[in-house]
Design a protein around this ligand. Structure first.
Ligand code: 5GP
Length: 195
């Protein structure tokens, strides 16, 4: 069996990447989600080991020293990284791996995994992004301002991506992503699982 491939979803936060990732995973049993580690505080609806592996900053730095990340970056003042354990064994078994990472991480992955599928999700416009971030009601105003400023900066990276998908209508975007994946990977291959 061929090695699995990585599928990277990147783009400003609040653009709907989490929802889109869940929808991909539900439709494609031959793709597994890579759970990142982060030093940011857990939100109240999040579970350690499900959305993220939550580490203290000190623990995160120890993981860096122990070379346990394929890539890591500081995003909005917190550390985020992809643990090697989420990736390498699975790809060897032929399982494809989906990642939701920021543009710095995506660029690193492009150099390490040139055969990956790189998709940039853009918001229809910045006021829509602001509305979505405010609707999320999990962060303070300052944090939202900071995230919006970063979003504007991140939009400049879209030229590096193989695919750019505008998330105007969630159902349409989900379909579009499944079409891209089908074009790249072919139909679901049920023998590509790691459970
Ligand atoms: P949030 O705190 O809203 O869950 O995520 C903030 C940002 O961190 C998102 O844009 C997400 O793509 C990014 N992110 C999550 N995990 C990783 C990771 O492992 N590496 C990198 N570089 N960015 C990540």
């Amino acid at each position: 069996m061929n090695r699995g491939r990585i599928i990277v979803l990147s783009g400003p936060s609040g653009v709907g990447k989490t929802t889109l990732c869940k929808s991909i995973i539900n439709k494609r049993p031959d793709i597994r989600y890579s759970i990142s580690a982060t030093s940011r505080k857990r939100r109240k609806d999040e579970i350690d080991g499900r959305e993220y592996i939550f580490l203290t900053e000190e623990e995160f730095k120890r993981w860096i020293e122990e070379d346990r990340f394929v890539e890591y970056a500081s995003v909005h003042g917190n550390l985020y990284g992809t643990p090697r354990s989420e990736l390498e064994g699975r790809l060897e078994k032929g399982v494809n791996v989906l990642m939701d990472i920021d543009v710095q991480g995506a660029k690193k992955m492009m150099s390490l995994y040139p055969d990956g599928i790189y998709i940039f999700i853009i918001p229809p416009d910045i006021s829509e992004l602001q509305r979505r971030l405010l609707k999320r009601k999990t962060e303070q105003d300052e944090v939202i301002k900071n995230r919006l400023a970063n979003a504007l900066k991140e939009l400049e990276y879209k030229k590096d991506f193989q695919y750019v998908v505008e998330n105007r209508d969630l159902d349409k975007t989900k379909k579009e992503l499944i079409e891209i994946i089908e074009k790249e990977l072919g139909p679901v291959q049920t023998d590509r699982r790691d459970d």
